[in-house]
Design a protein around this ligand. Structure first.
Ligand code: ADP
Ligand code: MG
Length: 242
C-alpha cells in the first residue's frame, strides 16, 4: 500500500431492505488522514454506509477495503476502527479516566504507557480536570468528548462518527465541532463523520460526500460543493444553511 492508496474504499455497494435500496451502487474512496463527511438528509443511507465500513452490517453486494485490505467478513473488532455514536456508551461505574483507559487496559498495555496516553488524550479533549468524575457528572458535550478520547485511545486507523453531536443543542454542537477539529489536527486519524447538518459538514470537513436516496450525488471539498454543486439536489440541500 502506498500513501496514495485510499484509507477506505467502498466499491459498488448495494444494500436492500426488502425491495427498498438503502445503498444503490455506492462507490467512494476516502483518503488517508482526512476528515470526510457523509452528508445527506435523514434516510439517505449514511448510517447504512458507515455500518458497512464498520462491519456492523453486511452489504448485499460490493466491497469494502480498509488500508488496502479487503475486510469482507472481518469482524468490527479486527478492522482497526474506533466508533462514536449519537448516544454515548460509557461505563457508568468507571471514572472518566478509567473509561478512556479501558481499551488499553484490556489489551494489558504497560501501566506507564496507559497513563501517558490517557493524560495526553484528556488534555486534548479538555477533560484533564474531570478525570476522576463519573459519566453522570458530565455535561452531554463533555461525555461526547470523553467518547472521542476513548475511541482514540487504542490508536485506530479509522475513526467513524455517526451523528456524534446530534442529540445536543446547537451551541454545544458548535463547540464540539471545534474540539473535533482540534483533535483531528493533533491526531490525524482518518475520520468519517456522518451528519445531516450542512453547516457542520461545510465547517469541519476536508471533503464531503453528499448522499441522497442511497446514491452518492457529489464528492468534493466544501468549497467545490458550495461553489459548483453538481445537481439541483446538492445546490438546494447546501443552500439551506441555517
Ligand atoms: P440515514 O443514516 O441517512 O438517516 P439510514 O442509512 O439509517 O439513513 O437508512 C437508509 C434507509 O434504509 C432508510 O429509509 C431506512 O428506513 C432504511 N433502513 C435502514 N436500516 C434498515 C433496516 N434494518 N431495516 C429496514 N430498513 C432499514
Ligand atoms: Mg443515520
Amino acid at each position: 500500500m502506498t500513501d496514495a492508496t485510499p484509507m477506505i474504499s467502498v466499491q459498488h455497494a448495494h444494500r436492500r431492505f426488502g425491495t427498498f435500496a438503502a445503498l444503490d451502487d455506492v462507490s467512494l474512496d476516502i483518503p488517508r488522514g482526512q476528515l470526510t463527511s457523509l452528508l445527506g438528509p435523514s434516510g439517505s443511507g449514511k448510517s447504512t454506509l458507515l455500518r458497512a465500513v464498520a462491519g456492523l452490517d453486511d452489504l448485499d453486494d460490493g466491497t469494502v477495503t480498509i488500508a488496502g485490505r479487503d475486510v469482507t467478513g472481518v469482524s468490527p473488532q479486527k478492522r482497526g476502527i474506533g466508533f462514536v455514536f449519537q448516544h454515548y456508551a460509557a461505563f457508568k461505574h468507571m471514572t472518566v479516566r478509567d473509561n478512556v483507559a479501558f481499551g488499553l487496559s484490556i489489551r494489558r498495555r504497560p501501566k506507564a504507557e496507559i497513563a501517558k496516553k490517557v493524560d495526553d488524550l484528556l488534555e486534548i479533549v479538555g477533560l484533564a480536570g474531570f478525570q476522576h468524575r463519573y459519566p453522570a457528572q458530565l455535561s452531554g458535550g463533555q461525555r461526547q468528548r470523553m467518547a472521542l478520547a476513548r475511541a482514540l485511545a487504542v490508536d485506530p486507523e479509522v475513526l467513524l462518527l455517526d451523528e456524534p453531536f446530534g442529540a445536543l443543542d446547537a451551541k454545544v454542537r458548535a463547540e464540539l465541532r471545534l474540539w473535533l477539529r482540534r483533535l483531528h489536527q493533533e491526531v490525524h486519524v482518518t475520520t468519517v463523520l456522518v451528519t445531516h447538518d450542512q453547516e457542520e459538514a461545510l465547517d469541519i470537513s476536508d471533503r464531503i460526500a453528499v448522499l441522497h436516496q442511497g446514491r452518492i450525488q457529489q464528492v468534493g471539498t466544501p468549497e467545490e460543493l458550495y461553489d459548483h454543486p453538481a445537481s439541483t439536489f446538492v445546490m438546494t440541500f447546501l443552500g439551506h444553511v441555517s
